[in-house]
Design a protein around this ligand. Sequence first.
Ligand code: HMG
Length: 391
Amino acid sequence: MNIGIDKIGFATSQYVLNMDDLATSRGVDPDKFSKGLLLKALSITPITEDIVTLGAAAADSILTDDDKATIDMVIVATESGIDQSKAAAVYVHHLLGIQPFARSVEMKEACYSATAALDYAKLHVTANPDSKVLVVASDIARYGINTPGESTQGSGSVAMLVTANPRILELQNDSLAQTRDIMDFWRPNYSTTPFVNGMYSTKQYLDMLKTTWAEYQKRSGKKLADFAAFCFHIPFPKLALKGFNKVMDKSLPDDVKARLKENFEHSITYSQRIGNIYTGSLFLGLLSLLENSTSLKAGDQIALFSYGSGAVAEIFTAKLVDGFKTHLRQDRLEDLARRTAISVKEYETLFYEEADLDDQGNATFSDYLTGPFALTGITEHQRMYQRTDGK
Ligand code: HMG
């Protein structure tokens, strides 16, 4: 039985910060961000958007009533949790109106957990072929004003419906993971922003890629030439490019190398305009590839490199199915161009606003732009979500 991604959707915030503006304000040469990191803009969320509103919006863009009546598992993969106990998936399940007899859980391992969620979904569908599983990768990457990581922030959510006989991608059974106990990036419970050993993290990313890819090739017998494209976790596109150069086999014919490079460029198109969305960023790269490449065809295999700090990495692969293109959008860049551009001052206020709770645990928020769902307030320590688009 073939199992994989039947539908894939995406949501991000309504506000965007231009990298040139950030560079000017921080006294940095704009080329450092545009050429050094390959970034153009970052998606900035107000306090009324979080992993729940973004995740529900991404899923809402792909699910039909029939899907909602059939889904029996909802997994939210995130490292931007809003509660230490209650899973964000429970809120998402409710906001979407998914039938009640479903399992809803949250998974965590930095930027890696959506890959594990996808595998869990695959195993669930293997055991229950009529099931549909909703996997949501949702995060807000927030490092802090004037920190080295500030230029690599972002926010967004990717939703994937995992089923038997998928209409976009079949997941193959040849994945290989690697775990390494390191302190490259972590966020203790008492901190709202992560601690980061930036340069060390980039070295670990590249070394985990090199060693996992070498072992994957040994075990699977596959090599780069077997793939039409290679997608990477994209903390910022320049690091993914370094990853691409690391796996490149220079002995391949020029046309094969050129096709892989062209598809790599398509895979970073969205991230260049959104920034890091942590566990969703590999899948945003996949979506960007699928929606923007004109050379991909049914039967083509795609390799994916997942990396979550701490660290866990995985190489897994997928095969495109007949007609995949008809289940994807062609106009997503226009959506991104419609976001409201904000100044650095506005970004500093908007992105770091925290709930001002009274003694009873109540807070209200200003009326910011959001997608179809919003966090409208906090009442007695309970987060209040609402559908705001009148549907
Ligand atoms: P930085 O201060 O921007 O580093 O920090 P830099 O000074 O090395 O500059 C970056 C690049 O810009 C370099 O290019 C410079 O040469 C170039 P490279 O040499 O590497 O090719 N540059 C210029 N280019 C053109 N014109 C100029 C110019 N000036 C400099 N004028 C750093 C970079 C990544 C450390 C920082 O952004 C950071 O700490 N980010 C957060 C951590 C991160 O993203 N790590 C990535 C690996 S870990 C990971 O992927 C996991 C993660 O997603 C979290 C999770 O798993 O949950 C982060």
